[in-house]
Ligand binder design. Sequence first.
Ligand code: SAH
Length: 256
Amino acid sequence: MGKQMPKFFINPPTNGEGKNKTPIIIEGEDAYHLARVLRAKPGAQITASDGQGRCYEVILTEVTPESVRGEVLKVLPDQAEPALKITLCQSILKGEKMDWVLQKGTELGITAFIPFLSTRTIARPAPPQFAKKRERWAKIVTAAAKQSGRGVIPVVHPITSWGGLAGVLTAGYTLVAWEGEENHSLRQVLTTRFPTAPAEIRLVIGPEGGFAPEEITMLTAWGAAPVSLGPRILRAETAGPLTAALILYHYGGFEP
Ligand code: SAH
């Protein structure tokens, strides 16, 4: 079983390594997967993550399809998490496109997602559906984090609107990918504003129909920098994951 790849998420052990440690308990699908699919036996070692950036080398002590127990051998530094935290503010997209953005965005290293409704958003879930949508998105992100060996499960924030984004965006550094930007490329903005990697970047991506001009005016007033992604118009679901990947690449986030 791969030691470098945390595929199992556990609650943070209360008393870490050493004697008198609390047992690790894995239940549900993960227990079934370990027992039946991977045929793990007591004595096998796995890497588990607490979803908060810490990994553990765990030795299994009991394995059944319902419940797996183990002990922490070692606390490991996280290796899969990018130093630069990207929050993707994505105007909600239709159907599977939103799922795709969450899945690919997680694989590529996005730290948090803020789904929001903008003027031209086509997919407008009614408020009573918000919680259910968010739950579904959280599941997609969790599965993608496991699959890709992330140490942190990205946060999916509640669905919001410009009003809700105002507080978030005025506080930090924000880029908005705008199809109408004619002068500033992503590379230019990153190079001039951040010669070295910042700790955090927020990225705003529009819906299928793009941004209304007054939305760009408002974002700019909040301090966001509009960037062009070049001469081709990308589909809304391509823009977020691509831009996140380009930003991480720019600062060395894709080195082995
Ligand atoms: N329907 C619009 C395009 C919307 S693309 C039009 O035809 O003009 C959806 C979103 O992806 C945009 O709001 C923007 O955030 C991003 N995007 C796509 N292509 C882009 C580009 N070349 N430069 C900057 N942003 C882009």
